[in-house]
Design a protein. Sequence first.
Length: 380
Amino acid sequence: MHSILKSSFFVAMSQSLNQVRAAFTLSRYSLLAMFRSPTSIVFSLLFPIIFITVFGSINPGKPLVMKLALVEGSDTSNVVLKAIKAISNISVVTGLSTAQLKEDLDKGRITALLNITADEKPELIRHYTVHLQAAGASGESVGMLETEINAAIGDLNQKAFPSNLSVASVEVIKTKGRVYKSIDFILPGQLGFSLLMAGVYGSSFLLFSLRKNLVLKRLRVAPVKRRTIIAGEMLSHLFFHVVSFIIMVMLGFFVFDFTLVNGFATLVEMLFFSLFGLFIFMGIGFIISGVVQNENSIAPIANTIVLPQILLCGLFFPIENYPHWLQQFCDILPLTLFVDGLRKIAFEGTHLVQLPLTIGGLIVWTFVIGSISVKSFKWE
């Protein structure tokens, strides 16, 4: 009896080892297929790197540059014009004809026409009126322009009348802290974008190709279990994701000063957290590959799932800009949970144990998507 149990144990162990070897073999060939696929490289790595480079180069602290054009006959020797010219983000141009001024204003090439006139009534200190003429093409920048000019005039008044009575004053106390840069918002979003594209498109096309070419049918004859195939596919995507993840984070950190609050420890936590996204998005790809009947149907179905998440999850701008009813829907999307969690870990230094709701939501999505993907798996 003892020998029979011992023999059964070794048979079970041998079968388990065979399944593990099969999973690693499948993952190796799947990984080679991904590295040889231009689509995988472009959408999962190249596009995110381009977005990181472009948005990381944008300086959000730099004010909007506004262009003013002096109309003919405007007083050019007064202190008000000198104060306006001293504003760093205002450019004053002269020498344009009346026709050119009107054309540039209508087409939005200049923010407003500027005309400074002195009041005829003599006073102790000369008073000027600043006339601004704007068009619809100027948009909301006119309000900002008016605020800047009023601030400049206020500074002149303060210099001329330093003892003026005032009802109240404002005192601003600035404390030293981390500066939230555009790269701190953009890079986690691009990590989610990369994972979404690689998981959904990569898995769906690759698995459907294996089924179409009868590779899965041949594997079914072999002693390879369904979960072994899924595990092998996940291992290949995991390695590809780790490589892409490290490249993008290091680019953001060394080139654009991306914030990693706790250094390497934060990087490790972000990497572990991203496994949730890997399982969810790969599961969606498995589901798509199992329900479609031809390869041409994959892209439309994948786009229907991917594009709304890209637009609604806060990849490029905060979801707080959306109406309240839409924000509630955005908050439960898996990509929203994933990207928001990455941002909190990277910039705020939040640990995984401090994200119970976010991780709980991702676990629910993982369980739901995983269950459906296993049931929708087809050998042929």
